[in-house]
Design a protein around this ligand. Structure first.
Ligand code: AMP
Length: 409
């Protein structure tokens, strides 16, 4: 043991979330799960790239504008900003880099230290995640090149859902064709569902394995999950994040024959239908807005299209709550999370309206309270707790990463 210089364990984790033209990051200290720095690079590959970096200790935010050709340039710029705050990537206090990877298929059931074989497997999954996995791979390769000596951990959006039974994970199509093309239900937002179901148990003063929770992750993308004793038994997204709930711009569930119909009768190409269902559907397709704040404002002004979009959104949500109630048999809590779930009291109220027979209700006064923390919004004597539980995917990625590589020495 070194008695001369102060001994410091490596307790920091850098979390990277790489999109096709963006890079979000947070540096956390796992001693207290506190943020040291947060930031975002946008428009990577364009002339107008922008890095916004905040050092939490000083509260200072800096902006860097100018072309960043690729993720390598972006990450180097981030490293530079971190270094200016004394938080450089060469610090011995950095224990690992944790990466969000959207699709881990059936292969990755746990967070995984990345090596060449892992990169190859993530690459093999590109056909089922063409939008996300290439960007995640770019982020991984870039960070590995910058700090080859440091553990790089992939945390998969799909991993939490790999506990789903085959009865929930399989589509009812020819098994041989499904297996050949890896067609099955994988689910997404897994780090959020894992974190929120655990935090909900904590809010109830129970261990995760003692409770059954329905988690409603309602952001721009939206998904529901049924979690029995800490393990996911069903979730609403499928092969891709298109299945399930009505989302900001995605349709969620529809009759698959709608696609043949649009091809045969509508003369649309596969790519056009892909764009329609992923980018021009959902709330946006129904009323021209995908932001729930704007939709509520329009409803208050008597806008019928906004009202119908809201009603369709709620109808689908209610169907999933009922379905997952049946899947679980008994439910201890329903937890609302993400941008809409955490902030939109009218959505929470409408989603549970009329479900008193299932023991589900929101207390209007509790539901109306605005707050940052996890909170119960059901009446005091309710059979099932209804909760608002802010999600924290970065903290979950950092926690899982640190659990894998962190050691107190
Ligand atoms: P997320 O994907 O979790 O960041 O959620 C983004 C979405 O949350 C936005 O598109 C909004 O529709 C919604 N949102 C954020 N704040 C509010 C709010 N105060 N009221 C209603 N919806 C909100």
């Amino acid at each position: 043991m070194n008695t001369v210089t102060e001994h410091r364990a490596a307790t920091r984790v850098l979390v990277l979330n790489s999109g096709s033209s963006s890079l979000k990051y947070q540096l956390l200290d796992m001693r207290d799960a506190g943020r040291l720095a947060v930031g975002l690079v946008e428009r990577i590959g364009e002339q107008t790239s922008r890095l916004r970096h905040t050092c939490v200790a000083t509260g200072g935010t800096r902006e860097l504008n100018g072309p960043m050709a690729d993720h390598d340039a972006a990450l180097k710029a981030v490293a530079g900003e971190l270094a200016r705050d004394g938080l450089g990537l060469d610090s011995p206090e950095l224990a690992a880099i944790g990466h969000r990877v959207v699709h881990g298929g059936m292969f990755f059931t746990e967070p995984t230290v990345v090596d060449d074989a892992v990169l190859t497997e993530i690459e093999r999954l590109i056909p089922v995640a063409p939008l996300h996995n290439p960007a995640n791979l770019t982020g991984l390769r870039t960070a590995m090149a910058l700090r080859p000596d440091l553990p790089q951990v992939a945390v998969f959006d799909t991993a939490f859902h790999t506990t789903m039974p085959e009865s929930a994970a399989r589509y009812a199509i020819d098994t041989k064709i499904a297996d050949r093309h890896r067609v099955r239900r994988y689910g997404f937002h897994g780090t959020s569902h894992a974190y929120v179901s655990r935090e909900t148990a904590r809010l109830l003063g129970k261990a995760p394995d003692e409770v059954n929770v329905i988690v409603l992750h309602l952001g721009n993308g939206a998904s529901a999950s049924a979690v029995r004793g800490g393990r996911c038994v069903d979730t609403s997204m499928g092969l891709t994040p298109l299945e399930g709930l009505v989302m900001g711009t995605r349709s969620g569930d529809l009759d698959p024959a709608v696609i043949f119909h649009l091809q045969r009768v509508g003369g649309m190409s596969t790519d056009e239908i892909d764009t329609l269902l992923n980018k021009r559907s959902g709330l946006f397709g129904l009323c021209g807005d995908n932001d729930m704040r704007e939709i509520r404002r329009r409803i208050d002004e008597g806008d019928e299209a906004a009202q119908l979009a809201f009603d369709i959104y709620i109808h689908r949500l209610k169907k999933y709550i009922g379905a997952y109630y049946a899947v679980l048999g008994s439910v201890d809590a329903v937890a609302f999370t993400a941008g809409v779930g955490e902030n939109a009291a009218p959505v929470r109220e409408a989603a549970l309206a009329g479900l008193e027979g299932l023991g589900l209700a929101v207390d209007p006064a509790r539901n109306a309270v605005r707050g940052d923390g996890a909170r119960i919004i059901s009446p005091r004597d309710a059979r099932v707790a209804v909760a608002v539980v802010p999600t924290d995917e970065e903290l979950e990625i950092a926690t899982q990463t640190f659990a894998l590589v962190g050691k107190d020495d």
